[in-house]
Design a protein. Structure first.
Length: 383
């Protein structure tokens, strides 16, 4: 396979519902107040950039890994379409040189490097900047990775910059180019940009399918036997869904701006495909909102189940207490120890088999109360 970069550490933004630690939001890489525009903040843990080039036309496709950003020059002015994929943000020198090669504005380079940015679209004289969030499922299917992807659309090229080399939804696009599937090799760079955007949006669906299954399991757990761990799971899944919502909502507006605003870099036919991409974004938003509502309902069900469990315990304790009330009364009466030789005192203390009769009486009272509770349906709870 042509694209096979080395494996690096996971993305710094991991959301794992089974992790005992609290989920963390993005650590914003913002310059110090008063810093000059275009200041780049490089995370110490960021991966060293790897640059991959796919240059293709209707007749052929070439895929190579570039050693320096300057190697892109011969391909940017060619008649073919060039896709330059930069994976990693760990070198300011490489990124600055990349900005010079593609003639990127200092603020554009700042938006690309200083993550995370709100998904948006900005138009320049001969370029379109598209910033989106890409989510991918974790290997164990519990949680997701979230990273920023920046796309620069030019006349005959697309530059993509990813945070990490590991979590990628673009492999089907690479395979379509190399194997000449569909019409992508006969289209311009704007169609390639659409394909990448569509892959990013469609990447939300597998993640949401995992959350749908987890919500079903949680619903069974909440109804059957809710525990403190169940409450923690509900809180975490609600927070993860909130992060998904924050990622997908602005992307809908960004894609909508690509459709509405005229740009010489995007053909009218490609705008039709972008409408379909917009529809997928709306579907993702609907699913996220539905799952958030289900998670909120699970919290209500958990509290209701907890209340029902408490009521069951209180009913059991009430029955036991009620049974012992008359028994305690009888034991209290005969525990007063009055002298039986005096008039008006307790002759039963000298009665033959009095102790037996007392126990039989108490058992009869208890049995009568249990029968009464059973006939009223208080022992089995409401039906």
């Amino acid at each position: 396979m042509l694209h096979n970069p080395a494996r690096f550490k996971p993305s710094p933004i991991e959301h794992d519902s089974d992790n005992e630690e609290e989920l963390e939001f993005y650590d914003f890489n913002e310059p110090e107040p008063g810093s000059p525009p275009g200041t780049l903040i490089i995370d110490e843990d960021a991966s060293i950039p790897n640059i991959f080039l796919i240059d293709y036309s209707a007749e052929e496709a070439l895929g190579i890994q570039l050693a320096t950003p300057e190697e892109c020059f011969p391909h940017l002015d060619s008649q073919s379409v060039s896709w330059v994929d930069v994976q990693g943000l760990g070198s300011e020198d490489v990124l600055q040189r990349l900005g010079k090669v593609f003639n990127l504005h200092a603020l554009v380079l700042e938006d690309i490097v200083n993550i995370p940015q709100r998904p948006k679209v900005e138009s320049f004289e001969d370029q379109e900047l598209i910033i989106l969030h890409m989510v991918t499922s974790r290997e164990d299917g519990r949680g997701f990775y979230d990273e920023q992807v920046s796309l620069i659309l030019g006349k005959n090229y697309v530059l993509t910059v990813q945070e990490e080399p590991e979590n990628d939804v673009f492999e089907p696009i690479r395979q379509r180019i190399h194997r000449n599937r569909g019409v992508i090799r006969s289209q311009r760079a704007d169609y390639l940009a659409y394909s990448l955007i569509d892959a990013i949006v469609d990447g939300f669906f597998p993640v949401l399918e995992d959350y749908g299954e987890r919500l079903e399991d949680l619903q069974d757990e909440v109804v059957a036997k809710p525990t403190r761990q169940t409450l923690d799971k509900i809180h975490k899944i609600k927070r993860e869904l909130l992060l998904l919502r924050r990622a997908i909502w602005p992307q809908r507006d960004a894609i909508n701006s690509l459709i509405r605003e005229e740009s010489p870099l995007i053909d009218r036919e490609v705008r039709v495909f972008l409408r379909d991409c917009y529809d997928h974004t709306v579907q993702v938003i609907d699913m996220v909102e539905t799952y958030r509502e289900l998670a909120a309902n699970l919290m209500d069900i958990y509290l209701s189940s907890l209340s029902n469990s408490t009521n069951e315990i209180m009913r059991f304790l009430t029955v036991i207490s009620t049974l012992f009330i008359p028994l305690t009364f009888i034991a209290g009466v005969y525990g007063m120890n009055f002298e039986t030789s005096l008039a008006g005192n307790m002759p039963e203390l000298k009665m033959e088999y009095g102790y037996v009769y007392c126990w039989l009486g108490m058992l009869a009272i208890s049995g009568g109360l249990l029968f009464f509770f059973w006939r009223k349906g208080w022992l089995s709870g409401p039906k």
